[in-house]
Ligand binder design. Structure first.
Ligand SMILES: Cc1cc2nc3c(=O)[nH]c(=O)nc-3n(C[C@H](O)[C@H](O)[C@H](O)COP(=O)(O)O)c2cc1C
Length: 189
């Protein structure tokens, strides 16, 4: 697929069929995503794939978190509709049979910490585009940042920060195309 087409046509999908994604394909896409550039070539990402029993446990965890999110979401100034939307998606992640978590190694200095996080984001976006090209659908979610320490405890991981959680599967919806603002280009001559 032409890269421009993949960039323009990839969408955040929030409803999935119950078809399982092939593990070999997933592994190939994650390894390709890891060709992202990274600060000092630290390759600071960690990808965790949740399937089967671990996915069921994650969904239970996520649904439990949804019940505790009312306060944190109000602090973020989310209105009633947005709070219901976020909590609803936390309860079932759209029915996907696979969830991918992307983490970035925490660092002691601001420079390294920042570079690690944006490097992780580059790898995750690589994955989103590759998944789209392969006919798969995803939805990058950072809502879990509101419960980041619970998430790390659930995953049994220390010393990492959340880049994003994404369900991975086959789309069961054709969402509208959210419009883009194009005014934020500043040419300094
Ligand atoms: C860093 C980041 C965080 C996001 N967090 C969430 C989230 O927590 N929940 C959600 O449903 N969508 C989330 N999204 C998806 C955005 O809502 C979506 O990308 C945006 O509306 C544009 O739609 P598109 O991806 O279909 O082009 C996130 C996207 C990004 C890049």
């Amino acid at each position: 697929m032409e890269l421009l087409k993949a960039i323009m046509e990839r969408r955040s999908i929030r409803k999935f069929t119950d078809r399982q994604v092939d593990r070999a394909l997933l592994e190939r896409l994650i390894k390709a995503a890891m060709w992202a550039p990274s600060g000092m070539n630290r390759q600071p990402w960690k990808f965790i794939v949740l399937e089967g029993e671990s996915l069921q446990r994650f969904i239970k965890f996520s649904a439990g978190m949804a019940e505790n999110m009312e306060g944190p979401l109000r602090v973020q100034n989310f209105n009633d509709k947005m709070r219901a939307f976020v909590k609803g998606y936390f309860r079932d992640l759209g029915g996907a049979r696979t969830v991918l978590v992307c983490l970035a190694k925490a660092a002691d200095t601001y420079l390294a910490d920042h570079a690690n996080m944006v490097s992780g984001a580059a790898a995750l976006y690589n994955f989103l585009l590759l998944a789209h090209e392969a006919g798969l659908a995803c939805c990058w979610m950072t809502g879990y940042a509101l419960v980041e320490s619970d998430l790390m405890r659930f995953l049994g991981v220390e010393g990492y920060k959340l880049v994003g959680v994404t369900p991975v599967g086959f789309a069961d919806q054709i969402p509208p195309v959210p419009p883009r603002k194009h005014e934020d280009i500043i040419w300094m001559e």
